[in-house]
Design a protein around this ligand. Sequence first.
Ligand SMILES: Cc1cc2nc3c(=O)[nH]c(=O)nc-3n(C[C@H](O)[C@H](O)[C@H](O)COP(=O)(O)OP(=O)(O)OC[C@H]3O[C@@H](n4cnc5c(N)ncnc54)[C@H](O)[C@@H]3O)c2cc1C
Length: 232
Amino acid sequence: MKFETNVYEIIKRTPDVKSFRFRRPKGFDYGPGQFLFVTILNEGKKITKHFTISSSPTEKEFIEFTKKITDHEFSVALDRLKIGDWAYLDAPYGDFIFKGEYPRVGMVTGGIGITPLRSMIKYCTDKEMKSRITFLYGNRNEDSIVFKEELDRLEKLNQNLRVIHTLSQPDEKWKGRRGHIDVQMVKEEIPDYKECVFYVCGPPSLVTSSVDILKTLKIPDAMIHSENFPGY
Ligand SMILES: Cc1cc2nc3c(=O)[nH]c(=O)nc-3n(C[C@H](O)[C@H](O)[C@H](O)COP(=O)(O)OP(=O)(O)OC[C@H]3O[C@@H](n4cnc5c(N)ncnc54)[C@H](O)[C@@H]3O)c2cc1C
């Protein structure tokens, strides 16, 4: 579906990550993990980019995407957007989708790579899916964890969901895991990793290093779904 719309809500998630919401039109449907093309105006000129839809299809009122704000052209224009500003959305696209079809799932990402996984775990929680999901999420420090409160909430609501945070530069108060996601962490946190289907996404370097970890563990290609966010 392609449609003109207006920004309906903007939510600051971390110091450099913002979510942008638009009213969801009747008849617009998508799979958890799919992406959209958004066009906005930058000094009168139309500019377009693709972003994962970070909302879940179970959230009926709005469609949301979540963007790491950089100092590049598109980010700067997006950062200036205000409630009511014009936008044009074209969606849904992509086959990086999970709707609870596998009994055992591992998710691996860092930073902004959470966006499709947020949609998937919200969907599975709302639909009370039985899939057991272990989500390994790497960030620099506690302030940079995107959707932190929501992940805590979803974990409480969904007994089949475990979220494991690891921080590369935590402060002394942090009681969780430290360092980057590595082979040892996957073995410890997902002991039955051989039975899991994996979902990996984020900027290309993160996807490459995460897929390398899974290959070291001899996870077959067919058990790994991945999505790259080029441009970072
Ligand atoms: C399927 C898919 C899903 C995605 N989902 C998300 C998501 O959920 N969240 C998210 O944050 N990102 C997502 N991305 C990435 C997103 O589309 C952007 O590429 C990314 O956010 C970078 O945008 P930007 O605003 O930093 O830079 P842009 O302004 O788009 O610039 C991108 C690159 O071009 C270079 N560049 C920019 N302007 C110039 C210039 N004038 N001359 C030379 N080089 C230039 C920059 O250095 C940068 O490396 C996704 C990508 C894909 C393909």
